[in-house]
Design a protein around this ligand. Structure first.
Ligand code: RIB
Ligand code: CA
Length: 297
């Protein structure tokens, strides 16, 4: 039985790898890709999503533009170091085969409204603004969501935005707070585990010699920028958790989000008065990397 999913994303190199895995594996029925500003601006994340679908011959899957500003804060300065000004560090994709739709939150709500309870999972790979709009503006459809699996946050690991805050949650702390406080089952895949699932040059060289395996090799190649030893597969971990959660050690924790105005805004706070959330704190990296490769055969 394929998992019916909506992918919410800011491609971005690791997002692109996660999307290619989802499209290449036989585990997902991707209903749509909704885009958000994050790694790069909304125009680029939307164009990159369309290009990935065109590359995979899946122009039948809609791309829906999301919101380009956080719920309440200013958009963070784009940190194009990791992903480049085009979001893919120069890796070229075909043009999208059709224009994107507009209004991701309303499209998600309409899609959910037509679905059976708990029948659609949301795989969230970027800032959570779109999902937060759905939760707050369309509460009547939230019960159709089976689970939201989110790449974000850091529990014990250092942050990559502030000292303890992670980029996706720091980009829109209020949205992260709304989503983890929602009645939906949420599983967070934080930096604590995504930094352990790393691609090195040998792993890149061993990617299957298929068209999307070769594209993944190209994306990984530029991601391993400046000859770094290895790079973390942050967003692909969300897809891996959707396929086989047993790869991760998941604990239920009471969490809150720091909504302050300091550089650590968006950090996860372990607080007994917080919201109950499933959090991946351990990972079998060998199984994770082996499973990831199966999406490219
Ligand atoms: O902190 C890592 C996350 O931020 C990943 O989703 C990456 O794509 C960036 O969006
Ligand atoms: Ca991302």
């Amino acid at each position: 039985m394929k998992k019916r999913v909506i992918i919410d994303t800011d491609p971005g190199l690791d997002d692109a790898l996660a999307i290619l895995f989802a499209l290449g594996s036989d585990k997902f029925d991707v209903l749509g890709i909704t885009t958000i500003a994050g790694n790069i601006g909304l125009d680029r994340t939307t164009a990159n999503a369309g290009g990935l679908l065109a590359f995979m011959g899946r122009g039948d899957i809609p791309v829906i533009r999301g919101t380009d500003i956080p719920l309440t804060r200013e958009l963070q300065d784009l940190v194009a170091i990791v992903h480049g000004m085009d979001g893919l560090k120069g890796v070229t994709l075909p043009d999208a085969t059709s224009a994107p739709l507009n209004g991701a939150p309303d499209w998600i709500a309409r899609t959910l409204a037509e679905a059976a309870p708990g029948s659609i999972d949301i795989l969230a790979l970027g800032p959570l603004t779109n999902i937060a709009h759905v939760v707050t503006e369309h509460p009547e459809v939230v019960d159709r969501i089976g689970e939201i699996i989110v790449m974000g946050g850091a529990v014990h690991a250092p942050g990559n935005s502030g000292p303890s805050s992670e980029f996706n949650f720091a980009s829109d702390p209020e949205a992260a707070s709304v989503v983890i406080g929602s009645p939906v089952k949420v599983t967070i895949i934080p930096l604590d585990v995504t930094r352990q699932v790393r691609a090195d040059l040998n792993y890149v060289a061993a990617m299957p010699d298929t068209p999307h395996g070769r594209l993944a090799r190209e994306l990984l190649g530029v991601y391993l920028h400046n000859g770094r030893e290895s790079r973390p597969l942050h967003d692909p971990c969300v897809m891996l958790a959707a396929v086989d959660a047993s790869i991760f050690s998941i604990e239920n924790m009471k969490l809150d989000i720091d909504l302050g105005d300091d550089p650590d805004a968006g950090r996860l706070l372990v607080d007994r008065r917080g919201m109950p959330v499933d959090v991946a704190l351990g990972v079998d990296t060998e199984r994770a990397l082996a499973l990831f490769r199966t999406g490219f055969v």
